[in-house]
Design a protein around this ligand. Structure first.
Ligand code: PLP
Length: 377
């Protein structure tokens, strides 16, 4: 039996999402732009999917554009905002704990003459709203924040920042990377004064390769990808209907179960905390998460990559940090000021609603066995 506890990296496709994808591949496989009946059926599926997903994202269907995932949404937001507002200023605010998609896009803009302020977290992984607000300047054209950190599960102060930004820098756009918050925290872009928001399908039980991008009705951005004019000309390319239909199906399941899922994941987190206290009381917790889905801890003296292999041999799957960092030292834990021993021994456990206490028992058995072996060396 597989014990998959790496759901911040990606999730298993839900059966409902798989079924919707297969239907879009085999029965309703027309191109939504075709004028015949097969096309019209696909266009109806596209419209209904957009409505379902928009509801889950707290926006209207007209404000939602399909993209290939979180990375594309983030790139669209950052480069789109820079291009739109370059005559107003060249200053961008983000944080030191963002996903690589945000950090790399910002680095590219820096090489093109933009100034980027990276707000540092505190030792628990929290970003203080006052720090972001204090960094706002007359030439700030974009603030981009993640909603939930993918390594330590902290929630960033998007509502406070959005409100202050609209008062202090009305010309600036506000983007929220909601990839790790989707169905963990309710998405309310209007309340947050958010202009742009990105989510990704594969973090909520839909397949990889699809995401949704919110563009507030009043905001115009030049398209990042041009071609056949799909997605109202904002994102050309034939719509990947199997992924889109699957994303809508996953949203329906997650929306119906959101409260129960949150309670279940919170009980898993409590169980993990209890077991760790009992069986590995010397573990050190990294950060103070605000949601129960993501937890990071270190077992000093037990190198993460070796522990990952021990766990893998017992069919338990966790990660050392973000999947995209591929074994590089975590920039998030470093920004929190943790020492090298702690960073080198960090493990991230991330839950999905399908997980059970049996997964945690298997994890604990593996960690105990691994710690015994590695501490002896
Ligand atoms: N933003 C965050 C916070 C993420 O965790 C991820 C994926 O790990 C992404 C963006 C990128 O999303 P995608 O894998 O869909 O490109």
């Amino acid at each position: 039996m597989i014990h998959y506890l790496d759901n911040s990296a990606t999730t298993m496709v839900l059966p409902e999402a798989q079924e919707a994808a297969v239907c879009a591949m085999h029965e309703m496989f027309g191109n939504p732009s075709s004028l015949h009946r097969m096309g019209i059926d696909a266009a109806r599926c596209l419209k209904e999917s957009r409505e379902t997903i928009a509801q889950a994202m707290g926006c209207t269907a007209a404000e939602l554009y399909f993209v290939s995932g979180g990375t594309e949404g983030i790139n669209t937001a950052i480069f789109g905002a820079a291009r739109k507002n370059h005559h107003l200023g060249k200053h961008i605010i983000t944080t030191a704990i963002e996903h690589a998609a945000t950090l790399q896009a910002c680095h590219r803009l820096e090489s093109e003459g933009y100034a980027v302020t990276y707000i540092e977290p505190d030792a628990e992984g929290h970003i203080a709203p006052e720090d972001v607000i204090a960094a706002m300047r007359a030439d700030t054209i974009l603030v981009t924040l993640m909603l939930v950190n993918n390594e330590v599960g902290t929630v960033l102060p998007v509502a406070e920042v959005g409100k202050a930004l609209k008062q202090k820098c009305p010309q600036a756009l506000f983007h929220v990377d909601a990839v790790q918050g989707f169905f963990r925290v309710p998405l309310t872009p209007k309340k947050w004064n958010c202009d742009l928001m990105s989510v990704s399908g594969h973090k909520i039980g839909a397949p990889k390769g699809v995401g949704a991008f919110y563009l507030k009705r009043e905001v115009r951005l030049a398209p990042y990808i041009v071609g056949g004019g799909q997605e109202s000309g904002f994102r050309s390319g034939t719509e990947p209907m199997p992924q889109i239909a699957a994303l809508a199906a996953a949203c329906k399941v997650r929306a119906a179960q959101m409260e129960a899922d949150l309670a279940h994941v919170a009980s898993l987190k409590n169980y993990l905390t209890e077991q760790m206290k009992k069986r590995l009381p010397w573990a050190e917790w990294n950060g103070t998460p605000d949601i129960p889905h993501v937890t990071s801890f270190s077992l000093p003296g037990c190198k993460s990559e070796v522990m990952l292999r021990v766990l893998e041999s017992k069919d338990v799957f966790v990660s050392a940090g973000s999947a995209c960092s591929k074994g590089k030292e975590s920039h998030v834990l470093r920004a929190m000021g943790l020492d090298k021993i702690r960073i080198d021994s960090a493990l991230r456990v991330s839950f999905a609603p399908q997980n059970t206490c049996a997964d945690i028992d298997a994890l604990m058995d593996g960690l105990e066995a691994g710690a015994k072996m590695l501490k002896r060396k």
